[in-house]
Ligand binder design. Sequence first.
Ligand code: TXA
Ligand code: MG
Length: 344
Amino acid sequence: MNTKIFEPTEENLIDAAKIIAAGGLVAFPTETVYGLGADAMNHEAVGKVYAAKGRPSDNPMIVHVARASDISLLTSELSKTIVTLIDTFWPGPLTLIVKRKPNVPDVTTGGLDTVGVRLPDSDIARKLIEYSGCPIAAPSANLSGSPSPTRAQHCIDDLDGRVDCIIKGPDCRVGIESTVLDVTGDVPTILRPGIITAEQISAALDMEVEYDKSLFVRPEARPSGAGLDAGFSADFKPKSPGMKYKHYAPKADMIIVEGARDRVEAEIQRLKGLNEGIGNKVGVILFEEKAFVEAAHEFFADLREMDKTGVDLILAGALSDTSQVGFAVMNRMLKSAGYNIVKV
Ligand code: TXA
Ligand code: MG
């Protein structure tokens, strides 16, 4: 397939929207990561997204809308909680899991009776959706399993030849995917942590917010090359199906070093020396202490950069869990490393 690479001009966005409306696939920027979009209501088009990414088809997609009121195309249950969250955080990196209307295809929701909805804070994304005339289902625009794309070049690297069009927009401002919040039960529950934190959501709603328990499960480190579900016991069933797959993995092996800062630095130096001594090329990811937002912005891009330079082993310093943004980045870092952690 010949992939069109578009600058985000008005004319090109109109053309890209026509591709979506005709059932094609377009990769586009959002403020979090790039998405790979298809008409959310078109069964066949959404099926092509799974194929282009190599994504398991029980993993539901987030549906993106161009204006807040369009959530009513997808759900008929708008509680006070949902309205408050929309007023406070949209447009922005918060996905709301709501009961779906029957017209939302099974292929979009992975067969669930709920749907994830988000209004992105990116003019390019919102125009593309608006001009398409339909909500856009879009997972991150990477090959399944590899780090999420935060720059246009990452989409080109993964998807050139596999999709109809890639919009070459700016680098993503946030750098990790949206916070996913389940608002179908009595207590709003974070299924995937992100830059919008439990504390902020709790303050907006004036009520407790929970984290899904599976976020605190650290399965055994699995051998590199192990299958998708390796390391998880058969009864491990997180609410958000995407959380169970091996994710964000660089080609290099990766070890996370966790502990007090000075010890972490010393252990990274020690492991680096040992590995270089036997001819391995080693990359280090060590963010400034408490630079959580910057870590979110850089992490995926760093992983891809290291793979490009042919690193064999990545040594990463764990971020402190005391920050909710740090926790969100650690959620990705742990998966990238296949839960391979050294404590010092
Ligand atoms: O920031 C983002 O959310 C990006 C941009 C493109 O918007 N999208 C994104 O999509 O990260 P994806 O498909 O890579 O991740 C979606 C996550 C998965 O973990 C999926 O299982 C979960 O959201 N999800 C989607 N719909 C769900 C539902 N109805 N119930 C539970 N989890 C759901
Ligand atoms: Mg993804």
